[in-house]
Design a protein around this ligand. Structure first.
Ligand SMILES: [Zn+2]
Length: 329
C-alpha cells in the first residue's frame, strides 16, 4: 500500500516550520483516506522481524498477532532495543531494573512462542541518539534471515524512542515493502489491517503479566481492553483484535517527520543525532519514557548523568527464558 501523495506533500510542507505541527500532522493523518479495512486476515510469512524499543511494547502492540504467527510455525526474530531501565524512576538501581525487565521480556517472549530476544541494551529514553546502531543490528538480522515483514511501532507513536526504532527500520531496509506499524502508546486513527487475536488473547494476557516491573507504572490490562475494543471491527466487539498501519519503508520518513512535529517540535529541526531528550526540554509535555511513573519519584535522566547498561552492538545477548525465574504474575 502506498502512502497517498497528499500525506507526503503535507509532511514536506511541515518540514520548514517550527510550530503548529500537531494540528497539521493530524490533518495529514486524516488525509490517509484508506479504503476499507482488510479485517482479520493474517498473511502467511516465512520469517518475521519483531522490534521492541522497550520490554512490554511487543506484548502491548502485537502480542496476539505474533502468537498467531508462532502457532503457525512462522519464524520470528525478536530484537529488544533497550532494557527499559528508565521505566519506574530511581526506586531501584538502574542496572537492577534493566536486569529485571530484560528477564521479564524473555518470559513474555516464551509465552508468545518467541525465541529469546536479541537484546541490544541501548539506553532507554535516548534511542534517537542511536538510530545508526539500531539500523546496523536490523540490517545484520535481515541480511541473514530476509524477513517477509517487519513489526515496529507505527510512525506517529508519541514516545521518541518508538519513532527512533521505526526510523532505524527505514534506514536499514529502505526497499522493504511490508513494515507493520503496531500501536503501543498511541492509537492508530485509521489502521490498514486489523488482525483477529481472539484465539491468542490468553497468550497476549500471559505475556503482559510477565512484565511485572512495567506494571508498577502501567496498568497493562489496558492493552487487553484495547484489543477487545478493536474487535468491534472484526467480531462486533465480542472477541479481540490488534490494529496495524502497514506501509512500505520508503513512506516511513515522511510520517516520522510528522510525528516529530506533533510530539517533539523543539527538536524536530535539529540534525539527526542531536535530538535533545524530551526530559531535557523545560516544560516539555512529551513522555520521555515508557512509563509515567504513577506515584513514583520522577527520574532525572539528563544524558550526562544516567545511562543504561550500554554495550557494543556486536555483543548481543540472547536470553534463555528457560533459565530465568518465573515471575510472580
Ligand atoms: Zn516502549
Amino acid at each position: 500500500m502506498m502512502l497517498p501523495r497528499a500525506v507526503l506533500r503535507t509532511a514536506a510542507r511541515l518540514r520548514p516550520r517550527s510550530s503548529g505541527g500537531f494540528v497539521a500532522g493530524a490533518l495529514a493523518l486524516g488525509s490517509l483516506g484508506l479504503p476499507g479495512l482488510p479485517l482479520g486476515t493474517l498473511p502467511r510469512a516465512r520469517h518475521v522481524l519483531l522490534l521492541a524499543p522497550h520490554p512490554d511494547d511487543e506484548s502491548i502492540g502485537c502480542g496476539g498477532t505474533v502468537a498467531r504467527w508462532t502457532a503457525a510455525r512462522t519464524r520470528v526474530s525478536f530484537l529488544l532495543v533497550s532494557d527499559g531501565e528508565a521505566s519506574i524512576g530511581p526506586v531501584l538501581p538502574t542496572r537492577t531494573i534493566a536486569t529485571r525487565r530484560r528477564r521479564e521480556a524473555g518470559i513474555a517472549a516464551a509465552r508468545l512462542g518467541l525465541p529469546a530476544p536479541i537484546a541490544l541494551g541501548l539506553p532507554d529514553g535516548h534511542l534517537a541518539d542511536h538510530v545508526p546502531d539500531i539500523a546496523r543490528a536490523i540490517r545484520r538480522i535481515a541480511t541473514e534471515d530476509r524477513p517477509d515483514l517487519v513489526l515496529t511501532p507505527w510512525a506517529l507513536e508519541r514516545h521518541a524512542d518508538h519513532r527512533a526504532v521505526t526510523r532505524a527500520v527505514a534506514a536499514a531496509l529502505p526497499d522493504h515493502e511490508h513494515v507493520w506499524g503496531y500501536e503501543a502508546h498511541t492509537p492508530i486513527p485509521q489502521p490498514s489491517h486489523v488482525i483477529d487475536v481472539t484465539a491468542t488473547l490468553a497468550a497476549k494476557h500471559a505475556a503482559l503479566r510477565a512484565h511485572v516491573t512495567a506494571a508498577q507504572a502501567f496498568d497493562l490490562q489496558a492493552a487487553i481492553d484495547l484489543a477487545r475494543w478493536r474487535s468491534l471491527a472484526t467480531r462486533g466487539g465480542t472477541g479481540a483484535a490488534e490494529a496495524f498501519l502497514v506501509l512500505p519503508a520508503r513512506d516511513l520518513d515522511a510520517l516520522l517527520t510528522v510525528g516529530d512535529r506533533m510530539w517533539d517540535p523543539a527538536s524536530a529541526d535539529r540534525p539527526s543525532g542531536d535530538h535533545t531528550h524530551p526530559d531535557d526540554v523545560p516544560g516539555d509535555r512529551a513522555p520521555g519514557r515508557d512509563a509515567p511513573g504513577r506515584g513514583l519519584p520522577r527520574r532525572r535522566h539528563g544524558r550526562s548523568t544516567v545511562r543504561g547498561p550500554q554495550r557494543p552492538i556486536d555483543r548481543t545477548t540472547p536470553i534463555d527464558p528457560t533459565t530465568q525465574g518465573e515471575s510472580p504474575a
